[in-house]
Design a protein around this ligand. Structure first.
Ligand code: MLC
Ligand code: AMP
Length: 472
């Protein structure tokens, strides 16, 4: 069973837990979860796909759990989504209804509310493990986000492999405040907890203070964060010190700067475990609880994972800790392709099961991996969110005051990369930032818009983005 801790027979037989999921002031027991989510399942059963506005709330938890009980694939929609992106996700996914939180604009779809106090004790047959669990939208270098189809089998395999690497057990209390529309917060954090059977505490936002309080008041043992979160934690010595009582701090979704790793060690007493993955592959590499946690390195292949490093021609490169190659991964946690996009799927996922990650890496002679960067300057990681330069450029070109635009990610101490848009045109930079926040999503907005007379281009007319990223 995918959500093993919610086995109705076991829960009815006494395996309850009064605070299985806590978000803000609301706690749900396992029997609340089974009863209310089964009631959700009854209301969505038979749908081919539903959209869930994935706010950090118990409504979202019940919506997701209900879909997994009924075997209805769900589409998590970013809580801060804007108009154009919302329309794209709804149209592309073919979602038939909104389940749970009501979006600002339903796009004409029916709304199915989640009733916190409704209960059903109907017993569902566990859906086939090859069936899709969800479709999650993620950005590419160009074009609109693509729907990543992930099976129930992949989710289960990934959580089990992480449980082995991190000695993650029902005794843990997992804490995080990350969005519930990405792999990190939703799949690892929430579904991981419901599979393993540990307590899950969501802090609403991933603030240092929220994490410190969850360590002190909820007895948090396992904390998840993206590097921006850890960098903010180490800037708040009191909050960091409160995490001394934790068992394990985990960082992922972007590169953890070595100075942040070192500060975590000195302030919390814990060397963070780093792990690497993507929406398409789920998590494939991690350092181990009882192994080497080396700053700047993301670890070894998880159970069932193989990796290979190749040069531009596809030939293997040596595992000497220095030679850079393109990283490919294979394993039971990989996605089943992009929805409605056979050609895009074939570009990254071979018939032989290898996924071309788009990341460049080195591997040392002990099998330890270090991510060096991305192949394309057009995929930006900002605060752990993956954003395509192309989608922001397309959005900005839809503004009447914009003639030409180039979007780049520039290094940023807080966010890892900061989205900067260079614009040729006649308009107010702040209104362009707001335009992107309203069209795409708030987290995709450029943090800066710089108006310029012209963009640097090569002889072919192509914008020199590497040069732009260095302009100051
Ligand atoms: C600002 N705000 C606006 C706005 N400008 N609202 C509307 N319009 C505008 N123009 C508001 C926001 O709504 C928010 O309000 C506040 O300003 C701060 O904005 P923010 O951009 O969200 O905050 P920031 O501090 O920059 O966020 C940092 C962060 C966030 C770390 C909290 O980036 C984050 O949650 N990152 C996690 C990403 C993640 O989970 N990635 C995993 C990908 S999975 P308010 O009131 O809401 O605060 C993956 C696989 C793997 O990568 O390996 O894990
Ligand atoms: P996403 O699709 O949002 O899941 O982003 C996946 C990408 O995030 C990967 O392809 C990497 O570029 C990056 N990433 C994830 N984890 C790490 C990590 N630990 N270190 C460096 N980059 C990472």
């Amino acid at each position: 069973m995918l959500l093993a801790s919610l086995n109705p027979a076991a829960v009815a037989g006494g395996a309850d837990l009064s605070d299985a999921v806590t978000i803000g002031d609301t706690a749900l027991s396992r029997s609340d979860l089974v009863g209310a989510a089964t009631s959700v399942a009854e209301r969505v059963g038979g749908a081919s796909r539903v959209a869930i506005l994935a706010t950090p709330s118990v409504t979202t938890v019940l919506a997701v759990t209900g879909c997994l009980i009924a075997g209805v694939p769900f589409v998590p929609v970013p809580a801060d989504v804007g108009a154009a992106e919302r329309t794209h996700i709804l149209t592309d996914s073919g979602a038939q209804a909104w389940l749970g939180e009501l979006p600002a604009d339903t796009g004409g779809l029916q709304h199915v509310p989640v009733r916190l106090h409704a209960r059903s004790w109907h017993r569902y047959v566990e859906p086939d493990s090859d069936a899709p669990a969800y479709i999650m939208y993620t950005s590419g270098t160009t074009g609109a986000p693509k729907g990543v189809q992930t099976s129930r089998r992949a989710v289960a395999a990934d959580i089990d492999a992480l449980a082995a690497a991190w000695q993650w057990t029902p005794e843990d209390t997992l804490v995080h405040g990350l969005p519930l529309f990405h792999v990190h917060g939703l799949v690892l954090g929430l579904l991981g907890s419901l599979r393993i059977g540990n307590r899950f505490v969501h802090t609403g936002k991933p603030t240092p203070d929220g994490y410190a309080q969850a360590a002190e008041k909820s007895g948090g043992t396992l904390f998840f964060g993206v590097p921006t979160v850890w960098s903010r934690v180490v800037s708040d010595a009191a909050a960091a010190t409160a995490l001394r009582s934790a068992r394990l701090l985990v960082s992922g979704s972007a590169a953890l700067p070595v100075p942040v790793f070192d500060r975590l060690v000195s302030l919390t007493g814990h060397a963070p475990v780093e792990r690497y993955g993507s929406t398409e592959s789920l998590i494939t590499l991690s350092t181990l609880v009882d192994g080497d946690r080396r700053p700047g390195w993301v670890g070894l292949p998880l159970d069932g994972v193989q990796t290979r490093l190749v040069d531009d021609g596809g030939a293997p490169v040596p595992h000497d800790g220095e030679t850079i190659g393109h990283l490919h991964v294979r394993g039971p946690m990989l996605f089943d392709g992009y929805l409605n996009r056979e050609a895009a799927t074939a570009e990254v996922l071979g018939d032989d099961g290898w996924y071309r990650t788009g990341d460049v890496a080195v591997i040392d002679d002990g099998g330890m991996h270090r991510i060096v960067g991305r192949e394309s300057v057009d995929l930006i990681k900002t605060g752990g969110h993956r954003v395509g330069a192309g989608e922001i450029e397309t959005a900005l070109l839809g503004h009447p005051g914009v003639d030409e635009v180039a979007v780049v990610g520039v290094p940023d101490d807080d966010l890892g990369q900061r989205i900067v848009a260079y614009v040729v045109g006649d308009t107010d930079p702040d209104s362009l930032i707001q335009f992107v926040a309203e069209q795409l999503s708030v987290h995709k907005r450029p943090r800066e818009v710089r108006l310029v007379g012209e963009l640097p281009r090569n002889a072919m007319g192509k914008v020199l983005k590497k040069e732009l990223a260095q302009w100051d």
